[in-house]
Design a protein around this ligand. Structure first.
Ligand SMILES: [Fe+2]
Length: 278
């Protein structure tokens, strides 16, 4: 079976019409990588994958990520769930996933892409949204692009989680502070030459700017980049398979009951290029 695609939104998201055998063969991996960067997020439906098959498919697209700044699941599997029995290492950080973010902004080279499949659905809510940070940058006025191209932004764990856990304990805050901060350019000039905004709730402040002006600018850009024309909202069904380009999009999950057992399995590809300024 070959690959055909259907655009889901004009500026972001495409559905892949293919089957498991074709995905696992690696015969369309180059096409998928190209589409991923062009469309931000790709979805295939009716693909029933075991963990082993999902891992094998992810490996056709690049280098599987086995460890990270602190830790990741065994053999690359991360279980996305609030159930601490299923995910004792990460569950306490998942409240941050309700806010727009990129993964791995604390690292020099953020992960390239992630493959996600649902294992237990939420009875209501729990849709995942993706915002295209390439399109959002490209639509800005030229004069503003020239200004933003020069800015550097500090990303911190506490910035990303504080909004999600407003009444955090001193111990929680101390844990967040133990993660390294990272400064990235606000605008990423990718190897392809295309540029995108490096926006995320983890963006704490802009280097050298008054905190009030920095806060206002980051808030305004976040509002700009998450306008409906840049966003695809995915409503999960069993046997969905979703891939997103973490370097050119933000993502978040819509609120759901965190005790409902919702669980998705993810495998992530290591990053391939550092965030280089424009
Ligand atoms: Fe994430």
């Amino acid at each position: 079976m070959s690959l055909t695609t259907v655009d889901l939104r004009p500026r972001v998201g495409s559905e892949l019409k293919t089957d498991l055998k074709t995905l696992l063969s690696g015969s369309i991996c180059a096409q998928i990588r190209d589409l991923l960067v062009q469309r931000g997020v790709l979805i295939a439906r009716g693909i029933e994958m075991s963990d082993e098959q999902q891992r094998a498919f992810t490996r056709t697209l690049g280098n599987l990520r086995l460890g990270t700044v602190k830790k990741e699941g065994e053999e690359g599997l991360m279980k996305v769930t609030f159930d601490k029995k299923e995910n004792p290492e990460y569950a306490e950080f998942f409240p941050g996933t309700f806010f727009w973010h990129m993964d791995g902004t604390y690292e020099e080279i953020p992960p390239f892409a992630t493959v996600l499949t649902p294992r237990v659905l939420a009875p209501s809510g729990g849709q995942t949204e993706f915002a295209n940070n390439y399109a959002a940058y490209e639509d800005l006025p030229e004069s503003e692009k020239a200004f933003l191209d020069k800015l550097q932004v500090v990303h911190t764990m506490q910035a990303s989680i504080m909004p999600a856990i407003p009444e955090a304990t001193i111990e929680q805050i101390a844990l967040w502070h133990s993660y390294p901060a990272r400064t990235h350019p606000l605008v990423w000039r990718h190897k392809s030459g295309r540029k995108s905004l490096v926006l995320s709730t983890s963006a704490s402040h802009i280097v050298g700017m008054h905190p009030a002006e920095s806060h206002a600018l980051l808030q305004r850009l976040m509002s700009w980049a998450t306008q409906p024309q840049y966003v695809y909202r995915h409503t999960w069904q069993m046997n969905d398979m979703l891939i997103w380009d973490n370097t050119g999009t933000m993502h978040r999950v819509l609120p759901y009951d965190v005790n409902c057992g919702r669980r998705l399995h993810r495998f992530t590809l290591t990053g391939e290029e550092a965030v280089v300024g424009a």
